[in-house]
Design a binder for this molecule. Structure first.
Ligand SMILES: [Zn+2]
Length: 366
């Protein structure tokens, strides 16, 4: 575990042990919380698991739902929660469970647990991954780094071969590739480089999507259950704010159209791919509102409160992170204190003209 994760864990532990989190809760916990998940699957003991933060175990999912309810929260459908947030009705705190992307383990592993617990949840579907036309690029990179001892990237990056023979080298190589593909190059080039790497090293991207993602038939099975809300997550999973207006809105529209064609429903809720500042902007939030969405979810860390009621197209979420699957961390999340302190620290850093790196404490998501 790297330094950033140790700092994050220690900070939350301090909030817990000192009682500060519970002390602040009456002013910081707001009226509800939206939890974000990706994969639910058994724990792995693989030394190289760079996407481990995206995966929780079915046991932790069950524990979390029970714990959230024990703490007095009602688990609501996203529709109900957004209505309550906007109207201010309802006397009980509420929580919403969401899953991004459309992974098969949501159906095979998470669904039976949530069905048994009678807990509603939402799945935000990336239609291009269900169509098998888009690239599951962060998983492809993980697989390429895992299966090779050296990678040569073509094109713009100007990089020589990157060694990835040992677990340490694999982690460094993965981080370097994430920087290149997620920051240094434009979104379409990110996919072109991934495709070129997959071809050079014999990785079948279609087979990878088959392995990981639900099919439309599987999604239809899930969508038929009244417990499940289907949301939109674009067609190609680009960081929208890094695209031109035309390209961003076309990706939103196509994601909606494919869901309507295949599932016969029009999603009322949207989740921004990645959901962080680099992928979320007012231009697209306004477009989503004009397109008739009732809410749009970011991955800005935080709880729901009266301020979020005024910005339904940029609602915060709490990541149920695979690296922090403990009850004391979940309890601290529910106090809202870590997020209030994070905002205060950012605000202070800004006041002193310091470029804050606090956002790095909340790990990246997909
Ligand atoms: Zn996503």
């Amino acid at each position: 575990m790297d330094r950033r994760h140790r700092v994050f864990k220690s900070g939350l532990k301090l909030l817990n042990v000192s009682g500060l989190g519970r002390f602040l809760a009456p002013v910081t916990q707001g009226c509800g919380a939206v939890f974000m998940m990706h994969h639910v699957r058994p724990a792995s003991d693989n030394a190289f698991r760079p996407n481990a933060h995206l995966s929780i175990t079915p046991e932790f999912l069950r524990f979390s739902v029970n714990r959230i309810r024990e703490k007095g929260y009602e688990i609501l459908h996203l529709d109900e929660a957004v209505d309550q947030l906007k109207t201010g009705y309802g006397s009980k705190r509420y929580a919403v469970l969401t899953f991004d992307d459309g992974y098969r383990d949501n159906l095979e592993v998470a669904y039976p647990v949530l069905k048994e617990l009678d807990a509603p949840f939402s799945v935000f579907v990336t239609s291009g991954l269900i169509d098998r036309t888009s690239e599951l690029w962060w998983v492809a990179i993980e697989r390429l780094v895992a299966e090779n001892s050296e990678l040569v990237i073509s094109g713009q990056s100007g990089e020589g071969p990157i060694s990835c023979a040992t677990p340490e080298e694999k982690n460094r190589c993965f981080d370097r590739l994430m920087d290149i593909l997620g920051k240094d190059v434009q979104e379409p080039d990110q996919r072109a480089i991934t495709r070129a790497l997959a071809e050079r090293y014999g990785l079948d991207l279609g087979a990878l999507a088959n392995e990981y993602m639900m099919t439309w038939d599987e999604l239809r099975e899930l969508a038929a259950d009244p417990l499940v809300t289907i949301g939109a997550h674009t067609h190609d999973h680009f960081a929208l704010a890094r695209l031109s207006e035309g390209d961003a809105w076309a990706d939103i529209d196509k994601g909606m159209q494919r869901i309507e064609q295949e599932l016969g429903l029009r999603p009322r809720h949207f989740a921004y791919p990645y959901g962080k500042a680099f992928s979320v902007c007012d231009r697209d939030a306004d477009y989503l509102e004009r397109s008739g969405f009732s809410s749009a979810l970011t991955t800005f860390p935080g709880v729901l409160n009266s301020a979020s009621a005024r910005t339904p197209m940029k609602l915060p979420r709490i990541s149920l992170n695979g690296l922090y699957q403990t009850s004391d961390i979940l309890d601290q999340y529910l106090t809202g204190a870590p997020f209030a302190l994070y905002k205060a620290a950012n605000w202070l850093a800004g006041g002193f003209g310091i470029k804050s790196s606090f956002s790095r404490l909340f790990p990246s998501t997909r």
